[in-house]
Design a protein around this ligand. Structure first.
Ligand SMILES: [Ca+2]
Length: 260
């Protein structure tokens, strides 16, 4: 499918979401708007594919062949404290911390890297049968997206698939699930090329609410094309929500409020 066609499909889906929500249909979707409460610098060369906060530090996984890396970053000034480059044949994707390990997906290389969180030393690697897009951790399983409408749940020990679930909004599939974040029992997902984050019940795959981030892209600059919204990080210790986009100059801390 051409990129423009994909974009059109996504737009139609989200327009549908808004229409259905405004109609107060059964299985009503709650919509959230945002307020920017803080912003932090982000390197406009970083093609953000994975973002998380762990014990006060930001971790980012970036994509693109020859530029893909895993990084530990100081949020306040964007300083890269630790960096591990992936081989040039790997396109890095989502990241997740599970215990003392940090996992990193690759896009189409069927490879999952398992690094030591403290040193970034390679611990293991695993075969991935699908594409790799987003990754997060719910305390028991690694939750993975592959650009389709499914979420996959993997046991981190040996990276064994436990189950998968189809993601729907009012009965319709939500495709192009991208960067993920597990927040208070829900899986939040970027939807590729859209300005919305969907909030998914991981048991049923149902989207119960949508965060509308229209206009956020206009509050930063970007280091190239493909600079779409991507990257959700939940600072659980401080209950702060951070979002960014590929090649964006900022990471935004936002607060959400339910639309009337
Ligand atoms: Ca994330």
């Amino acid at each position: 499918m051409m990129h423009s066609q994909i974009h059109l499909v996504v737009r139609r889906l989200l327009v549908l979401v808004l229409v259905l929500a405004s109609c107060g249909a059964r299985g009503e979707i709650t919509l959230y708007d945002y307020t920017v409460v803080n912003s932090y610098p982000h390197n406009t060369r970083f093609f953000t594919q994975g973002l998380l906060v762990h014990q006060g530090y930001l971790y980012e996984g970036t994509g693109r062949y020859g530029e893909s890396a895993l990084m530990q970053i100081r949020l306040d000034d964007g300083a890269v404290l630790k960096r591990k480059a992936l081989g040039s044949r790997y396109f890095g994707e989502g990241i997740a911390v599970a215990g003392d390990r940090i996992f990193q997906l690759t896009w189409r290389e069927n490879m999952v890297f398992e690094h030591d969180l403290a040193t970034f030393d390679s611990v293991n690697s695993h075969y991935l049968p699908t594409e790799g897009w987003g990754l997060t951790w719910d305390g028991e399983h690694l939750i993975l997206s592959d650009g389709s409408d499914r979420l996959y749940f993997y046991d981190p020990d040996g990276f064994q698939l436990v189950r998968s679930v189809a993601v729907t909004i009012q009965g319709r599939p939500v495709r192009f699930l991208n960067e993920l974040e597990y927040i208070d029992g829900e899986v939040w997902a970027n939807v590729w090329t859209s300005n919305e984050i969907v909030r998914i019940d991981p048991a049923t795959g149902e989207v119960r609410s949508v965060v509308d981030l229209r206009g956020l892209r206009d509050q930063t600059t970007a280091g190239g094309s493909d600079a779409v919204l991507n990257g959700i990080a939940w600072d659980a210790d401080n209950r702060r929500l951070l979002v960014t986009g590929k090649l964006w100059a900022h990471i935004f801390e936002i607060e959400l409020h339910e639309r009337d």
